[in-house]
Write a protein that binds this ligand. Structure first.
Ligand code: FMN
Length: 205
């Protein structure tokens, strides 16, 4: 049996919560190749909330400016959302899974409806048809019945709804601590090793 390359697809749509994206991308193990796809609004909200201008600097440059040099980071490759010729548009391009973080309710609706008009929607549709893990970090509040039905559809199709809803029992002191909680949960559901947070009471056992 051939092993699946250490590759992830990460879609970034125009919901609030770009700190989740930033901390998740920082937590992906260094030997992974991450294919990034921003929606148009995703790029704008990233610039507004985090100050990362994705067309001007790559993720490593942005992170090293913000947190200091020599960070251990994965390899990042960015694709334009309109580029349906990108490798991640095809099921023949093997990846371990896809995460949409943050996932707007518009992108949620697109994926739930199989409406693959952008590369994010197409790659998500590919994940579901190929029975690969697809994690949607949905961020909206409150939720209406349409959002809830769309989330149910994703779950029924084999996707994972992982709301941007951090816990507080680990006594977070910073916004980064809260975001790391979600980053750890995503890596856990993808069965990718993470050292951000052990499981509850795992330290004691
Ligand atoms: C600053 C800002 C914050 C937003 N926050 C959210 C949000 O948390 N959740 C959401 O579903 N939409 C949010 N939106 C609206 C989406 O960006 C909008 O519906 C957009 O069409 C989503 O497109 P996309 O999914 O292709 O990125 C926000 C928009 C802006 C400008």
């Amino acid at each position: 049996m051939t092993s699946i390359p250490k590759r992830l697809v990460v879609g970034i749509s125009g919901a609030s919560g770009m700190i989740y994206t930033e901390r998740f991308l920082m937590a992906v193990p260094v030997d992974y190749e991450v294919h990034l796809i921003f929606s148009e609004t995703g790029q704008q909200v990233m610039a507004t909330e985090n100050g990362w201008q994705v067309h001007q600097e790559d993720f490593r440059t942005f992170i090293e400016k913000k947190y200091g040099q020599n960070r251990q980071l994965a390899t990042f490759i960015r694709h334009e959302a309109g580029n349906h010729y990108a490798p991640v548009a095809s099921g023949s391009f093997k990846v371990q899974g896809m995460v949409i973080i943050p996932c707007s309710v518009k992108t949620l609706a697109g994926v739930a409806g199989g409406y693959a008009d952008t590369l994010i929607g197409r790659a998500a549709d590919v994940s579901l048809k190929e029975k690969r893990p697809l994690v949607l970090v949905v961020r909206e509040t409150p939720l209406n019945q349409i959002h809830l039905k769309n989330m149910l559809s994703i779950d029924q199709a084999g996707g994972i709804i992982l709301p941007a809803s951090p816990g507080f029992y680990h006594k977070p002191e910073t916004i980064e601590d809260l975001a790391d909680f979600i980053a750890a949960r995503i890596l856990n559901v993808l069965h990718i090793p993470q050292s951000l947070y052990p499981g509850w009471r795992e330290r004691l056992e």
